[in-house]
Each structure stands twice: as C-alpha cells, then as structure tokens.
Design a protein around this ligand. Structure first.
Ligand SMILES: C[S@@+](CC[C@H](N)C(=O)[O-])C[C@H]1O[C@@H](n2cnc3c(N)ncnc32)[C@H](O)[C@@H]1O
Length: 276
C-alpha cells in the first residue's frame, strides 16, 4: 500500500484545542474492532481519524477554514507546500496575513494562511471574534514548523487512498447519514468545567448547555439506529446525567491548551461514553 511505501503515517496537520493525542490510547482501546464506515462530525485535527486510518469515512467540522485545508491537502498538496514555504515568521508579516479575508483568497491561499496562522499564533489555538474573524495574537516561536512537507504529503496520500467524504456541516446533518454498523466518534467542544477553563469558541457560535442536551438526543438516535457511538467530554455532572443509560469510563489527562498560562499543564478528568 502507498502509505507503507512512503513509510510515513499521517498525523494531524494542525494543533487543535481539544486535540485528542493525549487520550488517544484510551480512544483506541475502546473503539470497536470492526465497523462499516467511520464518522467524525467534530473532526478538528482528526487525531483518532488518522490513527485509525479507516478505509471508508465521513469527516466534518463547522470550521470552514479547517475543512478547506483538508480538501486542499487532498487535491492540491504540492501547490500548498509551495505557498507555505514562502511564509515568514515575524510579527509584521503575521498581522498582514491575519488581516487577509479568506473569502477573497483562492482555496490554496486560504489553506496556506490557515496553516501558517495555526503554526505561528499564540498557543496554536483557533479563536474567532463575534464577526467570525480569526483574532489570536502572534506567538513569538523561534522556529515553528510552518511547512511539514513530509506529513502534508502523507496526509494527502492517505486521503486519496481511501473513500472519504470531507464536509463542512453541522454535526446533526452529518449524523443523519449514518447507518447501522457505522462507528461515530463524537468529540464536541467540551462543556466548560469552570468559567475560565476549557475553550468553547472554535467557531463564532460556541457550544452551550442546550447544544449538549441536543447532542445527547442525537447520541440516543444513533444508538437506536444500530450504530456504534463513542463520545468524549469533560467530567461534569450534566454530562453524567445526560448519558446515565450508557457506559461511562473516566480518564485523566494533561491538557496542554488552557486559557491561563500558569495552568497550562493542569490535569482534568474526562469521560468516554459508549453505547456498546
Ligand atoms: C473538541 S474539538 C475536536 C477535536 C478533535 N477530536 C481533534 O482531535 O483535534 C471540537 C470541534 O467541533 C467543531 N464544532 C463546533 N460546533 C460544531 C457543530 N455544531 N457541528 C460540527 N462541528 C462543530 C469545532 O470547530 C471543533 O473543531
């Protein structure tokens, strides 16, 4: 297979708040061993998606810049690499790129801007203001890896070697497509455990208590359809209440992304919920 010939396993190409690298071993342990299609409707950096490398998948996210980047990596990886190589790591240049309007750029330029900002911005996080504009300050990293050619090519090869649909839609729409035997991994923006901890604003909209209640209904519907469903979230009383009829596993992790610098390595409890 192509992937083995290249010898590089694809991994997330962006640093993403809520990225699952730290709890990946738990996710792998609890994922079903056999299933039809893999669905990840809150894909973000796609840590589990890349790790599982499923042959048939549907991935989606509400963040249009992120999804454009997945599509460009699949279709135009060499143009993207050329564009990424031209970027500079200095403050003035950063704010110039940040001020560009994605809608006025070509898909390759948009993906290049998005990946550049992700690699050079403060803490590698994605945050938008109420107008939907990316507003994270410059990160002052000495040598950020703006263009990881090897991984971008590995991701591209992988996306082209499997049957994968890449959507920019609300999770509810995506989940409607799932059928019995499919595996759906739901990793929504976590419910905040305190007012300052945890990011919930990846996209302009946010994900509040009402959204978590609706998501629990979707979880139940998928379960009744005969899908394998796994969900991760913070260990919070509301989450325990919403999923009390399902299997709950507690896991602990060190969260690298947190609002307060002093708490950057604080450990937090998370829950894994499964219907199987
Ligand atoms: C916790 S992150 C997922 C992290 C991912 N598992 C990873 O490994 O990087 C949650 C994602 O949900 C997306 N999102 C927020 N609201 C959404 C919605 N209503 N439908 C689909 N995606 C949404 C965000 O843009 C964000 O990328």
């Amino acid at each position: 297979m192509e992937l083995l010939r290249a010898g590089v396993k694809p991994r997330p190409f962006v640093k993403w708040a809520g990225g699952k690298r730290q709890i990946l071993k738990h996710l792998l342990f609890y994922a079903p061993k056999e299933f039809n299609r893999y669905f990840e409707p809150f894909v973000g950096g796609g840590a589990l998606f890349f790790e599982l490398s499923p042959k048939r998948a549907v991935i989606s996210d509400l963040n249009a810049e992120l999804i454009n980047a997945y599509r460009v990596i699949k279709e135009q990886v060499e143009e993207l690499i050329e564009s990424l190589k031209k970027h500079k790591n200095n403050e003035e240049y950063y704010y110039g790129i940040r001020s560009l309007k994605p809608a006025e750029l070509s898909p390759v330029e948009r993906a290049s801007r998005f990946i550049y900002l992700n690699k050079t911005c403060f803490n590698g996080l994605y945050r938008e203001n109420s107008k939907g504009e990316f507003n994270v300050p410059f990160g002052r990293y000495k040598r950020p890896k703006i263009c990881d050619e090897e991984n971008l090519r590995a991701v591209s090869e992988f996306l082209n070697s499997v049957e994968v649909e890449i959507l920019n839609a609300d999770y509810g729409e995506v989940c409607k497509r799932a059928e019995a035997g499919d595996f759906i991994y739901l990793d929504p923006p976590y419910i905040p455990v305190s007012k300052t901890a945890g990011f919930t604003t990846y996209t302009g909209g946010g994900f509040g208590e009402e959204d978590h209640r609706k998501l629990a209904e979707v979880f139940r519907e998928l379960s009744e359809k005969g899908c394998f469903v796994m969900l991760s979230n913070a260990d919070h009383p509301l989450i325990r209440e919403l999923y009390r009829d399902f299997k709950l596993i507690e896991i602990t992790t060190n969260r690298a992304i947190n609002c307060k610098g002093s708490k950057r390595k604080g450990s937090s409890g998370e829950l894994l919920i499964m219907n199987y």
